[in-house]
Structure formats: C-alpha cells, structure tokens
Write a protein that binds this ligand. Structure first.
Ligand code: DON
Length: 604
C-alpha cells in the first residue's frame, strides 16, 4: 500500500517534471554536463523514515549546501566568539559570489556566501594529521550517514576556473580573516563543494539537523548539540542568498541551495527535505527545487512559523500511588495502607521536546504538587529532547523540592539520563523503569506509615499463607503432609514461559519475579511475590501454557500443589478445594479491581 505522503511527492514530481525554466550551471565547466531532466524529491523524518520519488539516488556535487555543515564544524573547532569575530551572520542581499566584505573589518557578512564559506574553511583545524578536507568530508559523511567522495573532475574544473574565489581568498588574507596563505584553503573549499551527494543524502542531512544533530539513520551524533541552532539560524536568514527574504516568507524553513542543483531544507524537530534538479534561476537556486519546497510548505503546512507548529504541552498524564503501584505485590493489609497514603507519590508522564514553552507548565505542576507529595517521579519515556533551559529549570525545581522535603526522581530517561544527572540531579535520581522508581518511593512511604513493616517479609508457616487463610488445623495438616517442597537459589527459573502448568506454588520464604521475556536478556517485570503468597494459579486453573517466566530473586522455599493432588483433594475433601478456589477467586477479584483502577488512571 502506497503511503499518502509518497503520493504527495509523486504529484509534485509530475507537476514540475516538465517545467523547462532555468539553466544548468556552466561557470564551472564540468557542471554543465548535468542532465537538466534529473529531478528527485525526498523527505526524511526525524526518526529516520524516507519518502522519495524520482532521481533521489543520482549523485551530484553538493556545492554551497556544504557551507552550512562545514560552518557547524568550524564552530566546533573554534567556538562561537572566534568565528563570529571573523564571519558575520547578517544576510548580505548580494549574490553568492559577491565580493561583499564589511567595510573596515573586511569580514564576510555571513558564512553562506562564498566569501564567508572560504573564511569558514580557514577556521577548520587540521587535527591528528588529518587535513581540513578529510575532516570536512568525515563530518558531512556523518550527517549523511554514508561515505561522501570528491568528484575529482568537478573539483579540477572549479580549481582551474575559480579566479573570483581566489580574489576573495586574497581579500580575506588582506584583512587577516584568514591568517595563512589562501591557496590551500581555496583548494579545500573547492574540494568541499565537489563532494558527491544524492537527494536522499540531503534529506538525511536535513533530518540530522532536525534531530538535534543526531543522524536518525545511524543514531550517531553528527553535529554538536549546541551549534545546531547556529547552523539553522544562518540557513534561515542567508541560505538562499538574495532570495532568502522571499524564501522565508513563502517556504519558512531553514534551507541551503547549491549550484549542483540541490536544495536542503529543515523543519526543526520534525524532518529534512532534499530536492535535486540542475536547472537554476538567476540567484543560483534550483528552479524545480524552489517550486517543490513552496508547494510542500503550503500543502503540508510545514512553514515553521505556522501556528499549528506549536509543540504540545509536555505533561502527558499524571497519577498517584493510590491508582498505580509498582509490580511488587504486598500483603493485603500493607497494600491497603499504601493505597491510603498513595497520594504522597505522584507520577508525571512527560512528552515531546522539553523547552521553555512546553516545560514551564510541568514546573508549575511540580510546585503545586509539592504541597501534597513526598515523592514525585518524572517519566521520560515519551520525551524527544531536553534543552539546556529545561535542564537548568529541572535542577532548580529539584533543589527547591528537596529543600521542601520532596524527593524528585526521573525514570526511562534514556539518552537524556546523563545530561539530567550532569545538570545536578546526580545518578541517584535516575531509575531505569517507573516500576523501580515506584517501588523505591513506596518503600519510603511504608517506612513512615508502618515503621515495623519488613521490606523483606520473613519466612512463614502454612497458617500465614493467604491461600490457606480459611483452612482449619486438620486441613492444614493434610496439606502440609501431602504437598511437595522445593528450594531455589536466587536467579533460578522456577517457571518457564510456554511450559505445562501442573503445579501451583505457595511461597513460604524468599521472593520471586514474574518476567515477560523481551529478548536480548531484557525483560519486563510483571509481578513480585514474597513469602505467604502463591503464584502460578492462572495457567494451573485453565491448563494453558505458562505465559511468563518466574525467577527466584532471593533464596526461595515453597510448597507445591500438583494437579494430581488438587484433583484428589477435590474428590476426598471438596470443602478444602472450595476454600482454596474461593481464595484464588478473591485474589483475582482484587487484582482485577486494581487493574481497573490503573487502567482508568492511565487512560485519563
Ligand atoms: O564557489 C562556487 O561558486 C561554487 N563552488 C558554489 C556556489 C554555489 O553553490 C552557490 N549556491 N547556489
């Protein structure tokens, strides 16, 4: 089945494939060999899905599009202050090859025109024996997610005819914008422009910029997080040269064009666009590329100033420990007490990009909850990004809550964990799962309300096992004499998922976890039982295969009712079987009631 998104691209491709406006660049002779009918469109989403139509895998030279990315490398090498002193960030309103330098300082107006790009090349360092062009090629390859090579013919063709750029290079040397002979810098610039890309590569580069510098295909960090907005900023203001004003008005996306016929556009936080078609307009921008981007912006409402582009509030949902608890099963009386005080623990599920406008409502909620809670858990499962402002605010509210006696912890932080810990919360505030975070908070609340509650229940006799709570002495003696006994060490698998269910287990000491196997040694904890509790009833009763593993998490002693014994008790002692079944039914009623409360809390 064709995606509707692919259909949009197909319609656009058919709409402009026959457009005959524009002219293939020939001031670099080799460029004139391009086929004017080449035409590809590609969208790459920030999570790495590509939609493409036409000549999206046709290689061509990146030309000026490379300037945006090498600017990111120069910032990483030299820092903003150093680069800003030598290269402005003002749109020049001039053509890309204008010798437009600021009066007095001689600094280029911005890094997108040739003068700024050549100056940018001069800021890139040679490190560990690697030349500038080797580092630039590696950097752009990481952004594209594949090895980019130089088109030697086009490089030589530009090097032999690049007299204007050489004049710019010497002017830059004259003003000490570059502090060395410009020859090598100019060759680097020509080689950088001659790197071969495809239309799909451009879209992935755009998605890398949309994804905070992480390449969504390779998962690799390609651009330093702190410079992504600088690169996008100069693309938005200067990327289309003396058409930049009309571009941001009509398309509204940070973009960069190249005389090879490519256009790269970015919708920050969402997607990258690559369009390729060699015929250019007077400003040196691809004619078909401009039309396609204008139509995409309009038809898909991509304009970054589009009011619907406002990110949704970061607070996805909220609930407390009277509604949702850890998977660790507590004795009935203890559980009832925990529920009574469950509002002392609150979970806030967050989502989307955390930036001032989306995270500020969360801060307000945290301050409000401080009046009721002892523990607040922030769940980051659905969080896409956490910017520096949010990290700073998170640390400040964490400190304020701690001073008010409220513990703030985070779970499912993933790649945000290290920045959160480094912001001041520390590793001890991070929990891998919400389940573990809830259990930690529950333990602290229980310690306060039931000071004698033992987190690790002691060994018990049959009399204290819930399943036999209604049995009389004779029945207990019968069970004690007929049930099998078994011991397990921590880590032993007691029940294997998928196996036959001919036993029902009663724990007399230790604890076990019910685990859903997720593969690659990962699992989800579904339940935790401790001494006095039973497990394995469901499959035992309906004779279905075991639905999960049960693993001992400490030394375990348990008694076992086999299927044969249970049938024998049914014939010889029907009242005893009825008591056991009644207890199982009451436990299942309680679990179902608890599940309904959780589901309603998680649905709001
Ligand atoms: O320096 C030049 O003229 C070429 N290597 C790059 C110019 C370019 O791509 C302008 N962008 N549309």
């Amino acid at each position: 089945m064709k995606s509707p998104v692919s259909h949009v691209l197909k319609v656009l491709h058919e709409r402009y494939a026959t457009l005959r406006e524009g002219k293939v660049a020939d001031y670099i002779p080799e460029l004139s060999k391009a086929n004017p009918d080449w035409f590809g469109i590609c969208i790459a989403t920030r999570d790495g899905h590509l939609y493409e139509v036409g000549d999206t895998r046709q290689k061509f030279t990146i030309q000026s599009i490379s300037k945006a990315l090498s600017y990111g490398l120069a910032l990483e090498d030299r820092g903003e202050d150093h680069v800003l002193k030598r290269i402005g960030v003002e749109p020049s309103g001039d053509a890309f090859n204008a010798i437009s330098l600021k009066p007095g300082s001689g600094a280029p107006f911005n890094p997108m025109i040739n003068a700024g790009a050549i100056a940018t090349c001069g800021q890139i360092l040679k490190i560990d024996g690697e030349s500038r062009i080797e580092r630039i090629a590696k950097y752009l390859s990481r952004c594209a997610g594949g090895q980019l090579e130089i088109d030697e013919e086009i490089y030589r063709s530009e090097s032999m005819t690049g007299h204007r750029n050489r004049a710019i290079g010497w002017m830059l040397r004259n003003f000490d914008i570059i502090e060395e002979e410009p020859r090598e810098i100019l060759e680097t610039y020509f080689q950088q422009c001659s790197l071969k890309v495809t239309c799909a590569d451009l879209a992935v580069m755009g998605a890398t910029l949309a994804n905070q510098g992480f390449n969504p295909i390779t998962g690799e960090r390609a651009i330093a997080h702190e410079y992504v907005d600088n690169v996008l900023g100069v693309m938005a203001s200067c990327g289309m040269y003396d058409w930049s004003g009309e571009w941001i008005y009509r398309v509204g996306l940070p973009a960069k064009s190249g005389v090879g016929g490519g256009i790269l556009a970015v919708l920050p936080g969402q997607l990258g666009i690559g369009v390729f078609s060699p015929p250019l307009d007077e400003q040196g921008n691809s004619v078909r590329g401009i039309r396609v981007c204008m139509d995409l912006a309009r038809e898909l409402s991509l304009h970054m100033f589009n009011p619907s582009a406002v990110p949704q509030p970061a607070l996805r949902r909220s609930y407390n420990a009277s509604q949702v608890n850890s998977r660790r099963r507590l004795p009935a009386i203890t559980f009832r007490e925990l529920r009574r005080y469950g509002d002392r623990i609150r979970v806030l599920e967050l989502q989307g990009p955390l930036l001032f406008s989306t995270f500020e409502p969360v801060i307000r909620e945290l301050v409000k909850q401080a009046a009721y809670c002892q523990h607040i858990i922030l769940n980051f499962t659905y969080v896409f990004s956490v910017d520096a402002v949010s990290l700073r605010m998170l640390h400040q509210v964490w400190q304020q809550l701690a001073e008010a006696g409220v513990r703030l912890i985070c779970c499912h932080a993933g790649r945000h964990g290290h920045p959160i810990a480094a912001a001041g919360l520390g590793e001890e505030s991070l929990f891998t799962t919400e389940d573990a975070a809830l259990e930690s908070c529950e333990n602290e609340v229980l310690a306060g309300i039931l000071p004698h509650h033992e987190m690790v229940p002691p060994p018990v006799g049959l009399l204290d096992c819930t399943l036999f709570s209604r049995c009389d002495a004779a029945e207990l003696e019968l069970l004690g004499s007929r049930m099998e006994s078994a011991s397990y060490a921590a880590g032993d698998t007691i029940i294997q998922s998928g196996s036959r269910a001919d036993e029902l287990f009663v724990l007399t000491s230790g604890s076990v976890e019910v685990r859903l196997n997720l593969g690659n040694k990962r699992y989800q904890r579904l339940d935790v039982f401790s001494s006095g509790m039973s497990f394995g009833e469901l499959a035992f009763l309906d004779a279905s295969p075991r639905s999960a593993d049960v693993v001992a998490t400490a030394g375990v002693e348990c008694r076992i009712i086999t299927r044969a014994l249970f049938e024998e008790i049914g014939h010889a002692h029907p009242a005893l079987k009825a008591k056991i079944l009644n207890e199982i039914a009451l436990q299942l009623c309680d679990r179902l009631r608890q599940a309904n409360i959780e589901i309603s809390a998680l649905r709001n």
